[in-house]
Every structure is written in C-alpha cells, then in structure tokens.
Design a protein around this ligand. Structure first.
Ligand code: SAM
Length: 253
C-alpha cells in the first residue's frame, strides 16, 4: 500500500464517502466535538479531513479551522461546503499528512477522525500532529479499533480491505495509547464504544472492483453461518449489520 494508492482510491470514492450516512452523522460529529471539549476561542487542525464535515462543523462554532487531506476530490467537496455556508474562517489544503505544511505550535486543537486505519506511517502522522499543536493544546484521535478476539479481527480486517483497498490496518486501543505515551502527550480521556453498521450501506460507501465484490459476498455468506461471528455479524429488522468497535482518545501537549 502506498499513499498514492490511497489518494487514487479516495478520489474515486469521494462522492460516495461524502454522502455516506456515517460521514454525515451529526450525532457522531457532535459527540466527538463534545469529547474534545473544543472552545469558541480554539483554532483547529483537522488531519485527513476527507470531505470536511467535522472541519466545517467546527468553523461554525469556533475561531478558525483548517482541514488537510491527500485526496484533491475530497478537498474539492470540502471547498464546496465553505462556499455553501459562506464561511471565511476555514481553509482546506490538499497534502500528505505525513509531512504537514504548517509551522510548529500553530493550532490549539489538532484532531484526526476516522483515518488512522488508512495510514501507512501512523507514527509519522502522529508526530506531525504533535509538532503542529501548541504547548498546552489538545490532541485527539477518533478511529475504529481492533476487535479483542484475533479471529474476529482477522475476519473484519480482510472484509475491510476488500471493501476499500486503502484500508491499511486497524490499531488496537493500546497502540493508540502508546502513540500518545511515546510522544509525551498526557492522556486526559478515552472513550470506547461499539456501533452497529449496516453492511450494504458500508459496502456502498467505497469503490470495489468486480473480483472484490464477489469475494465480499462469499465472506458474508460464510460469515453469517460462523458461530464465532454471531455477535458481530447479524440480521436486524431483515437487514445485515456488523458491530464495529470505536476508540476516542485525547491528551494535552
Ligand atoms: C475514512 S476518511 C475520513 C475522513 C474524515 N476525517 C471523516 O471523518 O469523515 C480517511 C481520509 O484519510 C485520508 N488520508 C489517508 N492517508 C492520508 C495521508 N497520508 N495524507 C492525507 N490524507 C490521508 C483519505 O484521503 C481520506 O479522506
């Protein structure tokens, strides 16, 4: 996996991702904003911002916000939202977040939402987040988290890579904690939750080729009858869902 592949994949699926019910879910966006305790005076950097929903949500409430992402199509969508909402305190840049194009200590809040599982070099990205955050500022990650059971985790890692070839690896909660510790960021809060995601909508949020589509259907057919997965892949109201662990972590520089 290279960052060029990630860029191309997100350019292909930019609209689908932007319109996915989970990307637009205001309840999730609000909950993450509250978790970070973002204040009206804050100046926020949204790392791997995608189509910019969280950046824009912040810009409407705080002093200033900036989003950065490797996909120029995602940035185009985000810039469309800036015009739609007539905002003058938000900017978007197309750039690889392994090397952020900003000075040291430039932001009071630096966050990254739903993107670490794509990164080929999560350590580098985190170091850059820390560098761009001011002393006493807040650093936070929200992302999917590895399943506790190795077999279950391995099933969903394969599933995720077939759905979206830019999926790299899902970190476990201890790996997220270690990122903070290794970089001398004092952890001030963590929150673990599980969400039920609609499988068909999940497949639709990304672009797959025909071969992968077939493999996904095969996996689902086998998975639904696997007793080891019965708590993680299940029918609800006639539709197929899967359980996805999520992790939120924040700390002070
Ligand atoms: C699942 S999306 C999340 C977008 C947004 N943060 C959200 O919560 O909706 C992951 C994003 O990470 C971006 N990304 C992955 N690797 C990147 C890198 N090395 N540099 C910049 N952006 C990257 C992708 O382009 C994509 O927009």
């Amino acid at each position: 996996m290279t960052n060029q592949i990630i860029k191309e994949q997100f350019n292909k699926q930019a609209e689908k991702f932007a319109n996915w019910s989970v990307s637009k879910n205001l309840e999730y966006i609000n909950a993450y904003f509250d978790f970070c305790e973002i204040k009206p005076t804050d100046n926020l950097l949204d790392v791997a911002c995608g189509p910019g929903d969280f950046t824009i949500f912040n810009a409407k409430r705080i002093s200033g916000a900036r989003g950065v992402d490797i996909s120029d199509k995602e940035i185009e969508i985000a810039n469309g939202l800036v015009v739609e909402f007539g905002l003058d305190n938000v900017q978007f840049d197309c750039h690889d977040v392994e090397k952020l194009p900003y000075p040291d200590n430039a932001y009071s809040v630096v966050i990254c939402k739903s993107a670490f599982h794509h990164f080929t070099n999560p350590d580098e990205v985190f170091k850059e987040m820390v560098r761009c955050c001011e002393k006493g500022g807040l650093i936070s990650i929200q992302d999917i988290r590895a399943y506790d059971d190795d077999d279950v985790n391995s099933f969903f890692e394969t599933f995720d890579k077939l759905i979206d070839i830019s999926h790299n690896v899902t970190l476990g909660e201890h790996e997220f904690d270690d990122l903070f510790r290794k970089n001398n960021i004092t952890i001030t809060g963590v929150f673990k939750l599980e969400v039920d995601l609609n499988v068909r909508e999940y497949i639709e949020h990304a672009e797959q080729d025909e071969a992968n589509k077939l493999k996904i259907e095969r996996m689902l057919k086998n998975g639904i009858s696997d007793p080891g997965l019965k708590n993680f892949l299940f029918k609800k109201g006639g539709e197929l869902f899967f359980k996805r662990p999520v992790y939120l972590i924040k700390g002070i520089k």
